[in-house]
Design a protein around this ligand. Structure first.
Ligand code: NA7
Length: 538
């Protein structure tokens, strides 16, 4: 047998994080490759090809900030850019820096085993190949493991069916088709809005409605793009200074310091603003103060009532089990208006649950729904799912899945004690899940790269989080989380997923740091300046 291929660093995943990570490593001249399970790069933007898939972040705050050339050359055509353009952008960046030659596609990692004597990771791919690396950087993506419900008879359905994450590359004929969409999270809301006027008949299988506010998308002209380019430094500085990593700044007047009329005037204005403005440029009290949250929820409920013609239907689209902004807020374009169409029907599963699938459709407790196509917009095993799918064995053979069974435990979301030399980018308990994703990615990749440089310079071959430092970080994550009203909500932020064992409602997993991007950036910078405090380097 030939010797396993060996590298100083192996990066797993060629999505937004992996692309930037390999760029930084190759710039340093480190011997590194990326292993990617898919056939090409792009991660989320390679996979999510469903109609309506697009950024909820302003495009120019989502793109990488690291290269002036890229910033100068790339023209974002829409304020919230759609999937095909986003994938083209990632390819543009990869090609510009000739990064593909460091990437291996179709390479799915199934196991990683730490050899503490040799201080090396053994990486086993599906198919049997083994590689060796001194350091592994995991950029697995927080939403890369799609999950589906399991109902009796699902396999007997003879029409087409797929998860939104696996929407086929070839065109899916929709005209005249009877389509069922299960799930009304951010994805369901995007896809429902996009296909409502393209399909014959659309049935939306809704178990719990979500709050949703207008995306207010628009095109970006060449002249506007020139203005954005001239402002890039300011844009990224604004994002770095904001808790969510966006340009939106919270209203600092204080919820209770202004009159209800003034609050309403602000909300009327924000409702017409693009992206997360309605959420992030609002009063901070809506996230902490139950009364403030009740008032904003009632405002958004009224907006929904004003957009849906049938009052009874409008009530079914208004969440009653959680307040506004306490789960990941989906942004929409004419979502509520879709229900005013004759060909769109809400199937309220809270009244009549799904009983089973049949050859021709879905049987609920009160009706049979004939369908040609079923779309699962049923979400992901979020944040830790990618880690659970690889058998990661650290010191003394412990698996990471065992360690994280109840909730992840990390130091800054980058390291986990017992798993030396495994560095996570956009990992659990970092700010990636809770803020504008790429902004946090760049912070994370830069920090991981600095840590590796430090190890190379000092000759350290083993990097491990200290137990105390990790415990202190987990405590910080919990504290930041528990002071928010969202702490008990049923969404992927808190680890809820009805289709994954042990992730049902009521069991909180501390998956993301909610203390804000600036605080996070400051803390990790200070630890680095202090000789990578909390980390054993040997
Ligand atoms: P989400 O936000 O986790 O939403 C999943 C949706 O699927 C949600 O409405 C679920 O309802 C629904 N679901 C799951 N299982 C079922 C069954 N069995 N029956 C009916 N409905 C079901 O995932 P998304 O893909 O929308 O969004 C994930 C992120 O991707 C998003 O935040 C963006 O950042 C990108 P439930 O709430 O469990 O009642």
């Amino acid at each position: 047998m030939s010797e396993p291929e060996q590298h100083d660093v192996i990066v797993i995943g060629a999505g937004v994080s992996g692309i930037y990570q390999i760029k930084r490593l190759t710039d340093l001249g480190v011997d590194a490759i990326v292993l990617e399970a898919d056939d090409d790069l792009g991660g989320t933007w390679y996979r999510n090809r469903y109609p309506g898939a697009r950024f909820d972040s302003e495009s120019y705050t989502y793109g990488y900030s690291f290269s002036k050339e890229v910033l100068d050359e790339w023209h974002w055509k829409e304020r919230f850019s759609p999937q095909p353009e986003n994938l083209a952008y990632l390819n543009f960046v990869a090609d510009k820096f000739d990064l593909r030659r460091h990437m291996r596609f179709g390479a799915r990692v199934e196991a990683m085993t730490w050899d503490d004597d040799a201080r090396l990771w053994q990486i086993d791919l599906v198919g049997g190949e083994r590689l060796i690396a001194r350091f592994v950087i995991t950029s697995l993506g927080p939403l890369s493991i799609p999950t589906r419900p399991s109902y009796e008879g699902m396999d007997s359905f003879t029409g087409q069916s797929f998860h939104t994450y696996a929407w086929p590359q070839e065109p899916v004929p929709l005209e005249g088709k009877r389509v069922g969409v299960i799930g009304t999270g951010a994805t369901g809301i995007q896809v429902i809005s996009a296909i409502a006027d393209k399909v014959g008949d659309l049935k939306v299988f809704q178990r719990r409605p979500n709050w949703s506010t207008p995306l207010n998308n628009g095109s970006i002209s060449p002249a506007e793009m020139d203005d954005i380019r001239a402002r890039y430094d300011e844009i990224f500085a604004n994002c770095a200074a904001s808790a969510g990593g966006f340009e939106h700044v919270p209203d600092r007047r204080g919820f209770w310091n202004v009159s209800p009329e003034e609050r309403r005037a602000l909300w009327d204005e924000l409702y017409t603003q693009p992206g997360f403005a309605f959420l992030a440029a609002n009063f901070a009290e809506i996230f902490f103060d139950i009364e403030a949250n009740r008032e904003i929820s009632e405002y958004v409920a009224d907006r929904i009532r004003g957009r849906v013609d049938d009052p009874e239907l409008a009530e079914k689209l208004i969440p009653k089990d959680h307040g506004f902004g306490l789960q990941r807020l989906p942004l929409e374009t004419n979502y509520f208006e879709a229900y005013n169409r004759d060909n769109v029907h809400l199937i309220d599963l809270s009244e009549a649950p799904i009983e089973r699938f049949t050859e021709t459709g879905i049987q609920t407790s009160d009706d049979h729904h004939e369908l040609d196509l079923i779309v699962y917009a049923t979400g992901f095993d979020a944040i830790t799912g990618g880690y659970d799918r690889i058998e990661i064995r650290g010191v003394d053979g412990q698996t990471l899945s065992e360690k994280w069974h109840d909730s992840p435990s990390t130091y800054f979301g980058v390291l986990s004690h017992g798993f030396p030399n495994m560095l996570m980018v956009a990992g659990p308990q970092s700010v990636s899940g809770s803020t504008n994703f790429p902004r946090a990615i760049e912070t994370g990749v830069d920090w991981v790269t600095g840590l590796l440089e430090h190890a190379f310079e000092t000759g350290a071959t083993r990097i491990e989080a200290q137990v105390d430092a990790e415990e202190a970080w987990v405590e910080k994550v919990k504290r930041a989380h528990d002071r928010l009203l969202l702490s008990n909500s049923q969404g992927w932020f808190t680890g809820y997923n009805s289709n994954v064992a042990g992730r049902q409602a009521g069991k909180i997993r501390y998956q993301a740091y909610f203390g804000g991007a600036p605080q996070y950036a400051t803390m990790i910078a200070e630890a680095a300046a202090d000789g990578y405090r909390g980390i054993d380097l040997a």
